[in-house]
Write a new protein. Sequence first.
Length: 229
Amino acid sequence: MTPGKSKSRDDQLLHLGLLLLALLAAVLAIGYAKPDIPDTITLLAGPRGSSFYQDGLRYREVLARYGVTVEVVETEGSLANLRELAAGCDACAGFAEAVEYPQRLRGTDDSELLSLGSLYLEPLWVFARQGLSIAGAVEIRDLKGLAVAPGNKGSGVRLFAETLLKWNGLADSVRLVDADATNAGDLRAAIETGKIDVVFAAGKIDAPLIEALLRAPNLMSVSLRRIDA
């Protein structure tokens, strides 16, 4: 065998060895590297009966098909979810309405919350007790002097309701009632006894809470003038 052929064979063996080492490294990397998607996700949803909680159950069902376990956590709502996310949690996600993101909810470091994107438009509902003088399309100012359940503390509904009342000069002209806005039975009982005149709620029409309020015989849904604005 000539020296030239021997050198060529040595080069081939060297290249083959390097290729085998590269393949071995790739196999080890695939076998031990963590996937981009975690095996378990904590999903901050909302109160039971809300659209957010129902959607959380749907996400859990879908992602289970791909081997991802979703822990759906019942919370007070949007603001509570934002506070938890801003505080920092591993493999954590949460639903939130398009509420104002105040500075006090931001994290203590330079990191900011990231949004995957909008999911859908969620209606804001206003229900009034039967027998009131308001009916049909009303102005927010027509709620003056009434007892209003603006939603639970920590929810986006509460923030929307309080903002609307404030913008219309009713911050001190309505009586806010801290009723459990996630329990349709309690709300109906409070309305029947005259404790509550008006209820603010948010959710899709098929959400258990909204469906129950629409079916309540002593409640009527009202439209707000200038709703597009």
